[in-house]
Design a protein around this ligand. Sequence first.
Ligand code: ADP
Length: 435
Amino acid sequence: MSGFPGGLVVITLLTTVAGGLWVIFDIVIALLFYSIALLLLVIYHLRYLTALDRWLQIPVPTSAALPDGSSTWGDVFARLARLMRNQSQSHQQLSLALERLRRATSAMPEGVVILDETDRIEWCNSMAEQHFGIDFNRDAGQQITFLVRQSKFVEYLATHNYSEPLIVKQTRHQELILSLQLVPYGDKQKLLISRDITRLEGVETMRRDFVANVSHELRTPLTVIGGFFETLSEENWISSEMGKRALVLMTDQTKRMQRLVEDLLTLSRLENTQNQVREGKVNVANVLHELYQEAQSLSAGRHHIKLNLDTDMKLLGSLDELRSAFGNLVSNAIRYTTDGGEVILSWKSQDGQGVFTVQDSGIGIDQEHIPRLAERFYRVDLSRSRGTGGTGLGLAIVKHVLNRHQAHLEITSEPGKGSSFSAWFPEKRSIIQQN
Ligand code: ADP
């Protein structure tokens, strides 16, 4: 029976033979022959179908276990065997590629955790296990916030704003400082990348301490020198014109150095993460009235200064820090606006957020400089900045203060037309007056 031919050819052959029998004998013999032949054909196919069904029921079907077949069934089984071989080859290649990827990610100096759309751990490498003190075999499928419980991290995960990395001290290993970065990808999945920055932070702390110590040490001698210069100019001890000019210059430069030292000390205080914001209720309107007066005296009548208070909203924050940040923006507007220009200070509430803006009709800034303005000592025009008595640290101080208040700075400017600096405070810092 195994040599029995199949398919359309068989049917045609049987029909021809049955036709012949009908002609030679009669229709009964022809029909009898045709029925028996068709029955044999059905039995033949059923046999192979049963064999195929048995093979499909094997838990891991292999090409070797495929039944032998002839004719059409032989072709079908050969094609199935080829398909199996190809599939097993690509399966092997895929497994190899996965293994290579697993080894590569294990060798990475960064920790990598794949989180699903509900922030459960799908996979992590061994460095992530070390960083977070987790065990993939035990913790797979766990919510990441059950394992990394710091409130800062939980908040970071919930904000969905992952443009900046988050620095956390790993509580399970006190000495470990991690920089965490979340990268959304695919279908609401996230990659959590952790970097050990303990050494980097150590160097940064050393740098901060060094700058703070040097600034502190310079403070006293500068005060003494400044004091002497002031006495010298008040007492009129120097009579020559040349000497007087030198005294004015020396006094100016000493004051500049004092401002620089004060700004450096302010910056190191702001940078120190141990130094928490001294939260209080800040009456922004009062602060702006004071700054308005200061702006008038700094301008000495050279500018038109306006104050627009659209809201009496108060802010939750540090009075000293906010005053210093706003003061820097106001003093910049006066210093970088030519005589006759306009400076407008405004305080408004927009969608629950407090917005402080200083707008000037001054010299303006080219677009290319705007992203770098808040870097320390970054100046658009060094000579002009020195001429206006700037230290190059004003906007760095502003940026730090705003960061500490979860606020951000928006700068728009056009050279020759003027600039606008706006500090946006989040709604959670707004205090609306209750009557
Ligand atoms: P500086 O002490 O030099 O003013 P800042 O950090 O306060 O330092 O400002 C950095 C630079 O940004 C300045 O040198 C100046 O070029 C530019 N700048 C800041 N505010 C303004 C402004 N209102 N108009 C034009 N340029 C400005």
